[in-house]
Ligand binder design. Structure first.
Ligand SMILES: NC(=O)c1ccc[n+]([C@@H]2O[C@H](COP(=O)([O-])OP(=O)(O)OC[C@H]3O[C@@H](n4cnc5c(N)ncnc54)[C@H](OP(=O)(O)O)[C@@H]3O)[C@@H](O)[C@H]2O)c1
Ligand SMILES: *[C@@H]1O[C@H](CO)[C@@H](O)[C@H](O)[C@H]1NC(C)=O
Length: 303
């Protein structure tokens, strides 16, 4: 596919959640630099004042945990701003860590509301528009946490696992209708996500001594990683834009993958997890296939 020059191509309109910080903020700048239009959203719209005077930006207050009908209204407003939405980036999210026995159910639910149900609700609000145009791209920000569970990392991992599971299914539902879904599986990137103000932990009054050492070690690891993550978020945003615009690496790819894996630690983790599973499966193969009825019925493959 040829790379189109700016005058040849029509401008695309992006809608991005969580633009007050990190990846969201970087997306807005990168899209403007590329010459496209963007609806930048945040819970607190005053955090977007940097962008207030750009012609190609509209600002919209949006909390992804709002109810479905509020999100539907926001999406109608967003569509009216530039007449369409071509790309939605479900970016907003945060990290909750902690051990199951110490976390409260409301804390876990809040993690899922923000990282899973919010993005799915917003996607539900945008899909009718994209289906009617038989065109659109939706990006979901996933993580190595969706590929590897680590001690004390349960809530965030569970939320990203759940997100990937739903998106993998949804992709197969909407791809035949012209809507492309993608998961960006991100390593550790240098945003504010691990700052003390942003990351949340489930250690409260009910801390259990048995977990002290593990929790302390995990928390101090996050603290030490904050600001020193190996991944450059500006580069990650450019790679995601390569996918959306089919430029760079994707310029001559016939099919776009559901997942792109970004950051060398992410490439390593996904590879190691797959290898580990293959190794386990090989050892267990006879064991695992021993549970069928002797005369195995003919059913269609699960797909
Ligand atoms: N950085 C990494 O290493 C990394 C790795 C894997 C995946 N990710 C994913 O990348 C995405 C962006 O993270 P980031 O690294 O850019 O972190 P960040 O700098 O902390 O930014 C997170 C953004 O999400 C917003 N947000 C949180 N809850 C929200 C809600 N209910 N409604 C609307 N916005 C909300 C925050 O807004 P407020 O300012 O209002 O809080 C903020 O703008 C997240 O989904 C994260 O899980 C990041
Ligand atoms: C998502 O939409 C459902 C209704 O479809 C609503 O019950 C829920 O509160 C919404 N938001 C979240 C974060 O779950």
């Amino acid at each position: 596919m040829m790379v189109e020059s700016m005058s040849q191509r029509s401008q695309r309109v992006w809608l991005i959640t969580g633009c007050s910080s990190g990846f969201g903020k970087i997306f807005v700048s990168a899209i403007l630099a590329w010459g496209d239009r963007v609806i930048a959203t945040a819970r607190d719209i005053s955090t977007l004042s940097n962008f207030a005077h750009c012609d190609d930006v509209e600002l919209l207050e949006l909390d992804i945990t709002d109810s479905q009908h509020v999100l539907n209204d926001k999406v109608s407003k967003a569509i009216a701003m530039f007449g369409q939405i071509d790309v939605l980036v479900n970016n907003a999210g945060y990290v909750l860590s902690g051990v199951l026995e110490e976390l409260s159910q409301p804390q876990i639910l809040d993690q899922f509301n923000t990282n899973v149900f919010g993005p799915l609700n917003l996607t539900r609000a945008v899909l009718p528009h994209m289906r009617s145009r038989q065109s659109g791209t939706i990006i979901f920000m996933s993580s190595i946490a969706a590929w590897k569970g680590v001690a004390i990392g349960g809530p965030y991992s569970a939320s990203k696992f759940a997100l990937e599971g739903f998106v993998e299914s949804l992709q197969k539902e909407v791809a035949p209708l012209g809507v492309n879904l993608h998961l960006a599986v991100l390593a550790q990137f240098r945003t504010d996500i691990l700052s003390a103000q942003r990351r949340q932990s489930g250690r409260g009054v009910n801390s259990i001594r048995d977990y002290d050492a593990a929790v302390d070690a995990f928390q101090s690891r996050l603290e030490q990683t904050n600001g020193k993550q190996p991944g450059d978020p500006i580069q990650a945003v450019e790679r995601i834009m390569d996918l959306v615009y089919r430029r760079g690496y994707f310029a001559d790819q016939r099919e776009l993958p559901l997942r792109i894996v970004l950051g060398s630690d992410a490439v390593e983790i996904v590879r190691d997890e797959c290898q580990q599973m293959l190794d386990d499966l090989k050892k267990q193969e006879q064991f695992g296939t021993s549970t069928d009825y002797p005369s195995r019925g003919e059913v269609e493959k699960y797909e």
